[in-house]
Design a protein around this ligand. Structure first.
Ligand SMILES: Nc1ncnc2c1ncn2[C@@H]1O[C@H](COP(=O)(O)OP(=O)(O)O)[C@@H](O)[C@H]1O
Ligand SMILES: [Mg+2]
Length: 266
C-alpha cells in the first residue's frame, strides 16, 4: 500500500481537497480577484480553461466564502443544454414551481429575482458550469435574464464557466449581446514549472511527509506530461507513487513517472 510504504497520514493528490489544502497558484489568485470584482460590480463574468484546470473548484471555493445573507448562489450544471431546461433548473434553484411555458417561466424567474433583491436584500449569483454545452438559443436567453435593470441597479450576476470552446462560441455574432455584458474574463492555465514543485511539496507535506519523493527528472517529466493541469498532475503523481511503492523504490524517478504516464492513460 502506498500509504504505509511512504508513511502518509492521508493519501496525497486526492480528488477532493478541503478548502485549506487548495493551492494558491498565480492563476488561482487572478481568478479570485476577477470573481471579487464581479460580485462587487455585478454583470457577467467568464472563466474558461482546459478540462481539469480547476475552474469549478475556483468557482465553488470563491462562492463558499460569500455571505449567504447577502448572496444567493445558484449553481447550474448543464446536461441537455435546451432553453427550457435552463429556465426550469433556474426556477427550481429559486424555489419556484416551474411553469410549463417558456414565456411564463421567464416572467416567474425575473419576478423572483427582483423580489430577492428588493425584499430579501439578497443578490442572486447564477453560475452556469460546463456552459459550452448550452445550445445557442439557451445562451441567447442569458442576456435577457440580465436585462431588467430598469433603475440601473443590477439584479442578477452571471458567471459562465466552461472549456475553451465556450470562448469561441461567444465570439459568434449571435452572442454579441451576452459578450458585451461580460465584464471579466479569465482563462485558467495549468501550474507553471516552479508552481508544480511547490504544489508537490505542499501535497506531500499535507500527507505528513517532508522529504521529496520525486527527483528532478521525474518532476520535469510530470510537468511535460501534465502541462500543470491539476487533475492530470494529481492522477499522474498518485499513480507514480503507487508504482514506486510496488517496486519498493523510495524515490520516483523519470522511468517510474513515464511508466505511470502510460498507466494513467495520459
Ligand atoms: N487550487 C487547487 N489546489 C489543489 N487542487 C485543485 C485546485 N484546483 C483544482 N484542484 C483539483 O484539480 C481537479 C480538477 O479541478 P476542477 O475544478 O474539477 O477542474 P475543471 O472544472 O476545470 O475541470 C480536482 O480534483 C480538484 O480537486
Ligand atoms: Mg468543472
Amino acid at each position: 500500500m502506498v500509504e504505509t510504504f511512504f508513511g502518509f497520514k492521508k493519501t496525497p493528490f486526492g480528488d477532493n481537497p478541503d478548502g485549506k489544502q487548495l493551492f494558491a497558484s498565480q492563476a488561482w489568485n487572478q481568478v479570485k480577484a476577477r470573481l471579487q470584482f464581479l460580485v462587487e460590480h455585478r454583470g457577467a463574468g467568464l472563466i474558461t480553461g482546459e478540462v481539469g484546470s480547476g475552474k469549478s473548484t475556483a468557482a465553488r471555493s470563491f462562492t463558499a466564502g460569500l455571505n449567504p445573507n447577502l448572496f444567493k448562489v445558484m449553481y447550474l450544471h448543464w446536461t441537455s443544454g435546451s432553453t427550457l431546461d435552463l429556465l426550469r433548473q433556474l426556477a427550481l434553484e429559486l424555489d419556484l414551481e416551474p411553469s410549463h411555458y417558456r414565456g411564463d417561466l421567464a416572467r416567474q424567474i425575473s419576478q423572483a429575482i427582483v423580489r430577492l433583491n428588493e425584499s430579501k436584500k439578497q443578490h442572486p449569483l447564477l453560475i452556469c458550469d460546463e456552459a459550452q454545452l448550452l445550445r445557442p438559443p439557451a445562451l441567447e436567453q442569458l442576456p435577457l435574464l440580465l436585462n431588467f435593470d430598469m433603475d440601473s441597479s443590477r439584479y442578477l450576476t452571471l458567471l459562465l464557466v466552461g472549456q475553451p470552446l465556450l470562448r469561441r462560441m461567444l465570439s459568434l455574432q449571435m452572442h454579441e449581446a451576452l459578450r458585451q455584458r461580460i465584464a471579466v474574463h479569465y482563462h485558467l492555465e495549468g501550474l507553471s514549472r516552479e508552481e508544480l514543485d511547490a504544489y508537490l511539496a505542499q501535497q506531500l507535506k499535507a500527507a505528513g511527509v517532508t522529504q521529496p519523493l520525486f527527483d528532478d527528472t521525474a518532476r520535469q517529466a510530470l510537468y511535460q506530461a501534465s502541462k500543470g493541469i491539476l487533475r492530470k498532475v494529481n492522477k499522474l503523481a498518485l499513480t507514480a507513487l503507487r508504482l514506486a511503492a510496488s517496486r519498493k523504490a523510495a524515490l520516483v524517478d523519470e522511468t517510474i513517472l513515464l511508466d505511470a504516464t502510460t498507466e494513467a492513460l495520459l
